[in-house]
Unconditional design. Structure first.
Length: 392
């Protein structure tokens, strides 16, 4: 039974979520593999330059930025971060070598950016020839030295742009594997039989009023308060499901407001349920959230301006180019008009038509790709039997 290591980081929620989605898909396909999930932060804690000087773990810097809205100048911040990572490269390789000496994977799948060169260099030093796969959880790369490095590896891309970027960096065409979209948990493909009107009423919402799901990832955002206030000043007939993640301060603030009808939720794993109750999605242009919304056939409203994270700006461009929603520059000023535009019969019909044409089966395609890579390396799998995933 081959052992496959999945590397993730808790910088934002998308990397761990993608790893969990892949584990579930592998289980569903009854692949006879042993799966080990490994947090790169745990391996790098001893060489975490930022933690040594500030007490804050590297992965938590991004989460704090999102929670507090400190995202202006993110492109310059990424360059600074890459400089720090580059200086720490020898220490990272040493830490990874120690890990690989204790672990013998038949394949490594990285679901993280920034550190792939150090991980692969260490892997080659301990277990040369082990297949290495970078699975992008962003719609596109943000070069240089973000996701795709010129390494002996396979790269799994969820968009045409990402595949083009891999070719331009120098990845061989037969090592670039193109999926039909971003990896999502299989539960977003499950049909949910429900009485939407009754479920909305159960949450204290009106059964027949246009309903938006507002979600800014696991860290929430103060912009949710701005959205509620802006809609309270408008005459737009709308109600909101506010999912605040771990941001208890924003959740408490929203519960104390009487601006627009809304149901306020904290951290939850019931996002597919709330999406079933919604007519549209509002949030930052994170690749996971917008892909989940589109899988649930929801047009999206996202913001793109100087505060948008540099590696997520293309996502907003993609939404606008493909006609899958509305892109605004300021939620406080533009959200009411954006909702009116999105809900107008002509616009909504056109968006729904385009969204219905999307066929994202990435989470089911990726295990097939991994199986082919193992076969190329002449690994002979045992005959299929029921095999569970072992997660560390």
């Amino acid at each position: 039974m081959p052992k496959i290591t999945l590397l993730y980081i808790d910088s934002g929620g998308g990397h761990r979520a993608a790893a969990n989605a892949l584990v579930e898909s592998i289980r569903m396909q009854r692949r006879p593999w042993k799966i080990e999930m490994v947090s790169i932060q745990d391996i790098f804690d001893s060489v975490d330059f930022i933690r040594q000087f500030t007490g804050i773990r590297f992965q938590d810097v991004y989460n704090i930025m999102l929670r507090r809205g400190w995202t202006l100048g993110s492109a310059q911040m990424i360059r600074l971060m890459h400089s720090i990572i580059s200086k720490s490269h020898p220490a990272q390789v040493t830490a990874m070598r120690r890990h690989w000496m204790k672990a013998r994977p038949e394949m490594v799948v990285s679901l993280i950016p920034h550190f792939n060169r150090a991980i692969k260099e260490a892997l080659d030093g301990v277990w040369p020839g082990t297949p290495y796969v970078t699975l992008l959880t962003d719609i596109a790369d943000h070069p240089p030295h973000f996701w795709i490095e010129k390494l002996d590896q396979h790269v799994i891309c969820g968009s045409t742009l990402a595949a083009t970027q891999a070719r331009e960096i120098g990845i061989a065409p037969d090592r670039i594997l193109r999926t039909s979209g971003m990896i999502l948990h299989p539960r977003f493909y499950e049909s949910m039989e429900m009485d939407r009107a009754a479920e909305r009423s159960r949450l204290g919402l009106k059964p027949d009023v246009p309903t938006g799901l507002v979600l800014f990832g696991g860290e929430g955002s103060n912009e949710m308060v701005d959205i509620a206030r802006a809609l309270g000043r408008s005459k737009t007939p709308v109600q909101l499901i506010m999912v605040c993640g771990k941001n208890e301060k924003v959740a408490a603030q929203l519960r104390g407001m009487s601006t627009v009808p809304m149901f306020v939720e904290g951290f939850t794993r019931d996002i597919p349920y709330y999406m079933e109750l919604a007519d549209f999605f509002v949030g930052k242009p994170g690749p996971g959230s917008i892909s989940e919304a589109l899988a649930k056939r929801l047009p999206v409203i996202v913001r793109r301006n100087a505060w948008t994270m540099a590696h997520e700006r293309y996502n907003a461009d993609w939404i606008e180019t493909e006609g899958l929603g509305v892109v605004v520059s300021n939620f406080a000023n533009d959200i009411a008009q954006a909702i009116e535009t999105l809900l107008s019969p002509a616009s909504n019909s056109a968006m729904q038509s385009r969204i219905s044409g999307l066929r994202n089966e990435a989470v089911f395609e990726i295990p097939v790709m991994l199986a082919r890579i193992l076969e190329e390396r002449n690994y002979v799998s045992p005959k299929p039997e029921i095999a569970g995933a072992v997660c560390a």
